[in-house]
Design a binder for this molecule. Sequence first.
Ligand code: SF4
Ligand code: SF4
Length: 411
Amino acid sequence: MTGPAPFPEEVAAAIRVRALELGFDAAGITPVSPSAWIDAYRAWVDQGMAGEMGYLSREDAIEKRGNPQLLVPGSRTAIVVARGYSPDGVPASEGVPPERAVFSRYARNEDYHELLRDRLIELQNWISAELAPVNGRAYVDTGAVLERELAVRAGLGWVGRNTMHIRPGRGSYHFLGVILVDLEIPADAPFVEDRCGSCHRCLSACPTGALLGRNETGAPLLDARRCISYLTIELKGPIPRDLRPRIGNRIYGCDICQEVCPHNSPKFVHITREPAFLPRTGVHGAELIELVEMSSEEFSRRFKGSAVKRTKRRGLLRNVAVALGNWGAPEAVPALVKALADEEPLVRGHAAWALGRIAAAEGQAMLRDRLGIEEDAWVRAEIDQALNDLDEQMPGDPVRDKIDSALNEAG
Ligand code: SF4
Ligand code: SF4
C-alpha cells in the first residue's frame, strides 16, 4: 500500500498524551490489518453461541470484523483507548439483599456510548488540527469492530477466560473505544502474555455455565445464550425457564465473572471519578416491588440517558418479575398479581412464573382468574405451568379436592 510517509514516534506519544488529557486512562496504537481472531469468531457464530444477536452474526458484519478496512476504506492505524467505569471495587451483590435489584456496574448511570464517542471524536479532531488532516471513524461498542483484539495488539492488556479485556494492574472494569484513521502512526508492541495462568475462578463462579474455557487458538469461549448479560439485556423474548432461577436478583447484566477475577481485587481495581459513572439513585439497590410497578413514564424518567433503556420497559420488568420469583417471599405476591395484568404479555408470563414459585393462596387464586381471561397462548402456557408448580408445592383445597375426586369417580 502506498501513502504518506509514517509519522515519527513523537507523534504517537503526543496522541497518547492528548488521549489522557481527554479523560481516557490508556491509549495504544496498532496497524490496521486483517483479524487473526475472525475464524474463531465465525466458528462461535456458526455454533449458534451468539443467540439472537443478529448484529454479531450477519455475514456483512462478520466480514467487516475480519477486515477493518471494509469499515473505513484506506484506514491504516487503529487508536485504541480504555476508560474505567467502576465506581467501587465492591461485588455487586454485596449489601444488596434478594428483594433489591442488582444492576451491572457499567449501567448505573449515564450511557457510556455517547460520552466516550464524543471524546474520541474530539481526539480525532485534535489529530486533524495539530498533526495532519485525517479521515477516520470512532467506535464505542457500536460498529463491527473486534475492539478486544485491537486492544491486545495495541499493547493494552490480554483477554481473560471470562472474555473480558484485562489491563495489567488495573483490571477489567473499563470500556474500550477505537478510532480507525488513514494515517500511518508508529505502533505499540502487542501484549503477548496470558496472565490468567492456571486460574479458572470465573468459570467456576459463573452461575449458568456460560463460560467454556479457551478454544484451540487460545480464544476464550462464551455461550452467550446462557449468559445473564445476554438473557437480561439482549434477549427480547422469554427467558428460558431452566435459566430463570440462576439469575437471582440481577436484573440488568452480570459482573460475577469479573468480580471473582483476582485482577479486579481491591488492590488493583481502577476506581473512576467520572461523575457520569457514579451511581444515580433509584437504580442499583432499588426495591424490586417498586420496579415491577413502574409505568412507562416512570421508566423513561428513571432511566433517561441510561444504557438500561436498551431493554425497554417490558424487558426490564420481565427481569424484575424473574427476580421477584427468585426472592420467593409472600410480600412479592400483590405486586406480581398486578404485573399479571400488565399490558405486555412478556411481563404477564414472567409474573405468572414468579407466582408459581411462591406458595401463596392469593397468587394461586389470581392465576386461576387470569387463566379465565388471558388470550395470549404463551402467557396461558406459563399460567398453566405455574398452577401445576403450585399444586405440587401447596396443600390441596379440601373442597376442591372433594369436587375433583367426585368428578373422577363419576367419569
Ligand atoms: S456475565 Fe455472569 S452469566 Fe455471563 S459469563 Fe459472566 S458470570 Fe457467567
Ligand atoms: S478469573 Fe482467573 S481465569 Fe478468569 S479472567 Fe480472571 S484471571 Fe483469568
